[in-house]
Design a protein around this ligand. Sequence first.
Ligand code: PLP
Length: 392
Amino acid sequence: MWDADGREYIDLWMAHYDAILGHSPEPVVNALREILSDGLHVGIPMEYEAVLAAMITELMPCAEMVRFCCSGTEADMYAVRLARGFTGRNIILKIEGGFHGAGTDLSVNVFVPHFRGKEGIGLIPSLEQYTRSVIFNDIDDTYQAIQEAEEDLAAVIIEPALGAFMLPAEAEYLAFLREETKKRQALLIFDEIITGFRIGLGSAQEYFGITPDLTTMGKVMGGGMPIGAIGGRADILEISSVQRNVPQWEKIFIGGGTYSANPLSMVAGITTLNILKERKDDIYPVIDARNKRLCEGIQNAFDAVGIPIHLTRFGSLMAVHFLKEKGLPIKNAGDIIKHTLTAEKEEFAARMRNHGIYFLRSSALSTEHSDADIDAIVAAAEECAREMAEDR
Ligand SMILES: Cc1ncc(COP(=O)(O)O)c(C=O)c1O
């Protein structure tokens, strides 16, 4: 990547973790050139959306049906409506520090200091009555919130790895959510907008062996074009189907959208998923192993200068946390507040950019990051660690 002054960077942001095949994968770019020669958008169903939907239903364990939209925000907005419409209940439980885009329903306890409260003005006062938050990986806290929601619990929505900190859920926590939601006929929704097709072809749900009722997707499956999708149980998604011969007011109204399922996003998505399918054994294990080596290198760099850090890692994703003291645990958003130093985290990212590594708060590797790139990133982290130790 080059900035406006021509300075070169190794990118670790990778288009919001989307660009798993790099910024300019030739087969995807060529497929887009070809489809562009047919024209732009027509706004009626085309075969490409059926092809991409079939690929998703084959790969994503929970997806019996799929509905496309243009962003992850939209997908999460629709998932909440599907959950409320299907169950006839109101309360959604989300995770403290969980990010699901900018939709109103889930704009609670995301980033605000201490991850508590509404995200800003313009949100209705009753929002927190119906969107409540629980502590990630905390079974007791979550059980209490589930009990308090009583018969009005529509769904629990969770990122299987908390994207703001690249913190994977504990398997027993997800198993607990699966069991409790099932017992109460509430829905379990996985937001796999970051983890979908990045953690493996079957995504985080296959990795953990837990099948939610609905999954929201985006990023990787759009191959660099705008996309969102909801997949899940057919009995839930069918209630929103345009083919159902009942009046609109008996359906769950989701979908439409001028650019939903537009051919550019569909073709980029099909080409990307085909590459991931065909080369899965050379892609996932390789980028995951490189990420492990990268994390070990950064950890060693800071151990060597006596600055306590902790790296969270999931597949090809990672984040660096600066600890107030060595050994403090990071299991949830509260631990980020209590046990980590955000100013140091920002400082490290800024110093990495000065050393030609485009690093923000967390990172994602792609097939285009070579072993030599990992060496260069680790060497830059070593420089930054030395500088930070000297300046303390
Ligand atoms: C976990 C998660 N959910 C939802 C979204 C929103 O997706 P989009 O930016 O496509 O609206 C994001 C975006 O970063 C995300 O990380």
